[in-house]
Design a protein around this ligand. Structure first.
Ligand code: UD1
Ligand code: MG
Length: 502
């Protein structure tokens, strides 16, 4: 999302969007309110707020009811600095009633764009086109419609013989003839700001559901205003699909993913087995990057150009520079990798990992709050947590930073050019000086000065003739016993002997 526009920049009357998000979403069968369920890694309602601002809306007012505080917090956190408002609706008495709650916060808007919080595929482009169509036609209200193969559940658009929009009749209130109409109300609409208050306060709940229907505004404007109501036909009706169940969520997400993959391929990203690859909405990928099968790019991940991400890698909210190679089945969250880094296979980079240029982290290495200087290497089987590893350091296989004493975490610092031998334990807090060498198998409990060799293991003793004196006679004894058993096997029991098993 771009940064917020400067206040008072435009001369036209501000455009406000009103997003209806008060419903619980009973059919999701969830403790989480429907509009906060993630869609491509981002709470559903945030897609709407984002699309509205991108379409040029100046202010977004969200009608909140169930889990109002959580919905408010998510939106506020995701759009700092943008003009936001929240209108509580404690009882859900209909879509018209919902917009009524937002009325005080919509005052002064030239146009009010009403959106439903459960249609995450709605694009900024479509909203901009709807606003444009409304402005050009100068209608009192413009609704979005589409032709539905199965119009069940939707409000039907009733038109006069000359094509003028007369009213919307909700499914529950429609006659058999009206139910046969296939042009339906998509949900989103634009209303001229100056007319909103009077129109909304005139609504009555005389209908099958006893609710205040926003859609009743259509008949009111068609009858009472000379400008009438316009209909904007959606080029891509799937954008209006609402989510009511988890199955619909999964289906719509798959549709969105399929589109997203094509978009990324158009932008120069290669994919092997594209259908198996998951890319969240806020991910960014550079040209000439290759994604292997089953790769998952999640959250706010940014990937540079010319990277190679091999099969099964899971990358969540990470920043990767250019020409990074992530080998198969590596998992990383909240990590930053500079250009030319090589990771994996089977590496685990946890929160706070920062790898400098051309760092190499190999198989079965786990890192956490670990900063690696350029060209440092940890190629095999290590745990490196709460540490700073200097430029060009080589960390041998099986090295462990013992960062936790059971109560507190402590830091390990390894300075530039140090060499850490295999199977080393670094008991933190500890500092290894520049160009120091740690002998394999050492447990380091004290700081090691620059250029020194630290060696902490008992001295090796070689006992001559051990094989002849100890191992060989025992091996021969064992072999003789086996041979005797082979030549004189125990008698098999008689056929009528009682079985051991009872
Ligand atoms: C609505 C339209 C219908 C249209 C359809 C498109 C009305 C009366 N009908 O019907 O013409 O074809 O959408 O999907 O508007 N909400 C609130 N507070 C309320 C009621 C609803 O915040 O008191 C929110 C819901 O959480 C939801 C949205 O408004 O996000 C739409 O409400 P919903 O009950 O789904 O309306 P539909 O019956 O689908
Ligand atoms: Mg609905």
């Amino acid at each position: 999302m771009a940064s917020p526009p400067p206040a008072g920049g435009s001369r036209r009357a501000p455009v406000a969007a009103c997003i209806l998000a008060a419903g619980k979403g009973t059919r999701m069968r969830s403790r989480l309110v429907k509009v906060l369920h993630p869609f491509l890694g981002r709470p559903m309602v945030l897609h709407l707020v984002d699309a509205a601002f991108r379409a040029g809306v100046d202010r977004v007012v969200t009608v909140v009811g169930h889990q109002a505080d959580d919905v408010g917090r998510e939106i506020t956190h995701a759009f700092p600095g943008w003009s936001l408002g929240f209108a509580p609706q404690t009882e859900q008495l209909g879509t018209g009633h919902a917009v009524l709650q937002a009325l005080p916060q919509l005052a002064g808007a030239g146009e009010v764009l009403v959106l439903y919080g459960d249609t995450p595929l709605l694009s900024a482009r479509t909203l901009a086109q709807l606003l444009q169509a409304h402005r050009e036609s100068a209608h009192a209200m413009t609704i979005a419609t589409f032709q539905a193969a199965d119009p069940t559940g939707y409000g039907r658009v009733v038109r006069a013989p000359d094509g003028a929009v007369l009213r919307i009749v909700e499914h529950a209130d429609a006659t058999a003839d009206e139910r046969a109409i296939t042009e339906v109300n998509a949900g989103m609409c634009v209303i001229r700001g100056a007319l909103v208050e009077a129109a909304l306060t005139s609504l009555t709940p005389h209908n099958a559901q006893g609710e205040l229907y926003l859609t009743d505004l259509v008949a009111r404007f068609a009858l009472t205003s000379s400008e009438g109501v316009g209909a904007f036909t959606l080029a891509d009706p799937i954008e209006a699909h609402g989510i009511n169940t988890r199955a619909q969520l999964a289906q719509l997400e798959e549709t969105a993913l399929a589109r997203m993959r094509l978009t990324w391929m158009d932008r120069g990203v290669s994919m092997q087995d594209p259908g198996s690859i998951r890319i969240d909405a806020e991910v960014d990928i550079g040209e000439d990057t290759l994604l292997g099968p089953n790769v998952q790019l999640l959250g706010k991940t940014r990937i540079g150009i010319g990277c190679r991400i091999d099969a099964g890698a899971l990358i969540d909210t990470c920043e990767l520079g250019d020409f990074v190679h992530v080998k198969a089945y590596s998992v990383m969250t909240h990590a930053r990798l500079a250009s030319g880094v090589e990771v994996g296979p089977f590496a685990h980079l946890r929160k706070g990992t920062e790898l400098g240029e051309r760092v190499k982290v190999g198989n079965f290495v786990e890192t956490k709050q670990a900063r690696f200087g350029p060209h440092a290497k940890a190629s095999h089987l290590s745990y490196l947590g709460d540490c700073e590893i200097g430029r060009g350091v080589n960390v041998g296989a099986g090295t462990i930073t013992c960062n936790y004493d059971g109560v507190h975490k402590h830091k390990t610092i390894i300075e530039e050019g140090a060499f850490i031998g295999s199977d080393t334990q670094l008991v933190a807090p500890v500092r290894i000086g520049k160009h120091a060498t740690i002998a394999a198998g050492t447990t380091v409990v004290r700081d090691v000065p620059e250029g020194a060799l630290a060696l902490a293991r008992s001295e090796q003793r070689n006992l001559e003739g051990y094989y002849d004196r100890y191992r060989k006679p025992r091996e021969e004894q064992k072999k003789a016993a086996q041979e005797a058993k082979r030549q004189h096997p125990p008698e098999p029991p008689p056929a009528d002997a009682p079985s051991k098993e009872t």
